[in-house]
Write a protein that binds this ligand. Structure first.
Ligand code: VG1
Ligand code: CO
Length: 542
């Protein structure tokens, strides 16, 4: 039986960089999740009788909201729901299922790399029929609807059994519980030379993958251990836990420290990797070398043709604005397009759909291609393994040769987390006020060439996205970029992105923070980070 329930709006359901993210107790408020899900459905047209994909990263509160979403999909007239067993689907796997089964769209429950648990983070995002995150015009409509919503529809039925594959029916809609891994593993096998990687591994090449007690555990077990033959134990922390074992499932040098130390030891494995809460990010560390995500994008693009799925070459590369320019040099050499988008994967969708870009990446450890419409952690790891298997060189050698060919973009991001919101907004407003006067000014040896607040004009649908980050570009190609995070759930997070290009191969082994020291000092001088935030150093340096 379908019930229509009266509700009152919440004013704070504005989707950020990647969906709506809030603390679990916020989501547990009466009708909070229901309001947002109904606002999604109310913003869409033409889904009667169509398929909706539902899945999440398994974090605390996942199962409860999966049940609500299924019952609301039935009440709103969807014809079929595909849901991952146990309510599990990694973000890239959900994107693949949407595409493969020609679904109308999907609801992905995740707060990605943010911690999970009863007082930690939860999130809901909507993906459209191409498998990618809803573009801004859709998220704007959802937010507008959430501010005036007065009722929602839900089927009054018992909970669905999520733990057994098979089909059930509620109020005229079928619910099929699917294997969350099978379709994804098959897709990976179609893109990469599994035989070559298997041979590499059976020859003694050692790979470790840290699933960080998050969603990629079952995927990595199946692919890396079962299909590629890595010894048992190669995949660590492979059981998805609702609280990620109390850790941040954020694959960076702070939260995946143990992996980093393993990879820097004299007896290190050949290749180490990790992924985040929902499986769309990747951390890649060769023996003795951490590959920055920006470098990884460039190196993967330069070598992608070595994998069967990309043997015909790339149509173009896209990167988010704060991502380093390393990929630009590869695009230039290959003679293909390079596109610079705002932060967030939703901006890559049009470029991928139009065949303008094949590979995309962000400095925040996200890389992916046109195989789905999300970034994809395991995909990046497998592309690296494929390249290593073909080139038969170490990751360190590949990186050093890459820098010798293209030059090195020294790059770092400094995050100031949980800063007072007014202080953070004041800092950005102050930078905006300086934009007109900065060009031409000198700071030591650094002279400002241009400065702006990045705006993106989508070349496909011509939508314009303004205020996407303050850029200060110096003569010679160095730059600092400032923006506020759109995924945090408490206070504000200030992100400062610092980049310097070094063409001279004799100067490619400087420690990164040292190589960037003058720019770091100038960033503080211009923005007043220390005085405005009261912080003497960043919370996280990546
Ligand atoms: C961050 C990253 C951005 C990424 C987004 C979602 O956003 O900077 O590159 O697309 O997270 O990734 P922000 O607004 O906090 O800087 V995930 O893996 O959290 O879905
Ligand atoms: Co993620």
């Amino acid at each position: 039986m379908i019930r229509t329930v009266t509700t009152t709006p919440y004013g704070d359901q504005k989707p950020g960089t990647s969906g709506l993210r809030k603390k679990v107790p916020v989501f547990q408020q009466k009708n909070y999740a229901e309001n947002f899900i109904q606002s999604i459905f109310d913003s869409l047209e033409g889904f009667q009788g169509e398929t909706l994909v539902i899945g999440g990263d398994g974090r605390y509160y996942n199962r409860e909201v999966i049940q609500i979403a299924i019952k609301m999909a039935a009440a709103n007239g969807f014809g079929r729901v595909l849901v991952g067993r146990g309510g599990i689907l990694s973000t890239p796997a959900a994107s693949n299922v949407i595409r493969k089964y020609k679904a109308f769209g999907g609801i992905v429950l995740s707060a990605s790399h943010n911690p999970g648990g009863p007082t930690e983070d939860f999130g809901i995002k909507y993906n459209i029929g191409n498998g990618g995150p809803a573009p801004e015009k859709v998220t704007d409509a959802i937010y507008a609807r959430s501010k005036v919503i007065d009722s929602y529809k839900i089927s009054d039925v018992a909970d669905i059994n999520l733990d057994a594959e098979g089909t059930q029916e509620i109020d005229g809609m079928t619910v099929t519980v699917i294997d969350p891994v099978a379709d994804y593993a098959e897709l990976m096998e179609s893109l990469f030379d599994f035989a070559a990687i298997r041979k590499l591994i059976s020859g003694g090449f050692r790979v470790v993958f840290d699933a960080m007690s998050a969603v990629t555990g079952p995927y990595a077990k199946e692919i890396i251990e079962k299909r590629l033959g890595a010894p048992k134990g190669s995949v660590m922390n492979f059981i998805p836990l609702p609280d990620f074992g109390g850790h941040h499932p954020d694959p960076n040098l702070v939260h995946a420290r143990a992996l980093y130390e393993t990879m820097m030891a004299p007896d290190a494995p050949d290749f180490g990797a990790a992924s985040d809460g929902d499986g769309d990010r990747n951390l890649v560390i060769g023996r003795g070398i951490f590959i920055t995500p920006s470098d990884s994008l460039a190196m993967l693009a330069a070598n992608a043709h070595l994998a069967p799925g990309y043997a015909k070459g790339l149509a173009g590369i896209a990167r988010s604005m704060p991502t380093s320019g390393a990929a630009d040099r590869v695009a230039e050499k290959l003679g293909i397009g390079i596109y610079e988008t705002p932060t967030g994967w939703k901006f890559f969708g049009n470029l991928l759909d139009e065949g303008m870009a094949t590979i995309c990446g962000e400095e925040s450890a996200g890389t992916g291609s046109n195989h789905v419409r999300e970034k994809d952690g395991l995909w990046a790891v497998l592309l690296w393994l494929n390249i290593l298997a073909v080139r038969k060189e170490s990751a360190l050698d590949i990186a050093q040769k890459h820098w010798a060919t293209y030059g090195r973009n020294y790059y770092s991001r400094h995050d100031y987390e949980e800063v007072d919101s007014d202080a953070a907004n004041g800092l950005i407003a102050n930078l905006r006020d300086q934009l007109a006067t900065l060009p031409g000014m000198s700071f030591g040896a650094l002279k400002v060439a241009t400065s702006d607040d990045f705006a993106y004009n989508d070349p496909v649908d011509h939508s314009i996205s303004k205020n996407q980050g303050i850029r200060i570009l110096f003569e010679g190609g160095s730059r600092v970029v400032f923006r506020l995070s759109g995924t945090g759930t408490s206070g504000a997070t200030l992100r400062v992105y610092i980049e310097r290009f070094e063409p001279d191969a004799a100067r490619h082994d400087i420690e990164t923070q040292t190589a960037l020291a003058d720019l770091i000092a100038v960033a503080d001088e211009i923005a007043g980070i220390k005085t405005r935030t009261g912080r003497t150093e960043p919370s996280v340096i990546t």
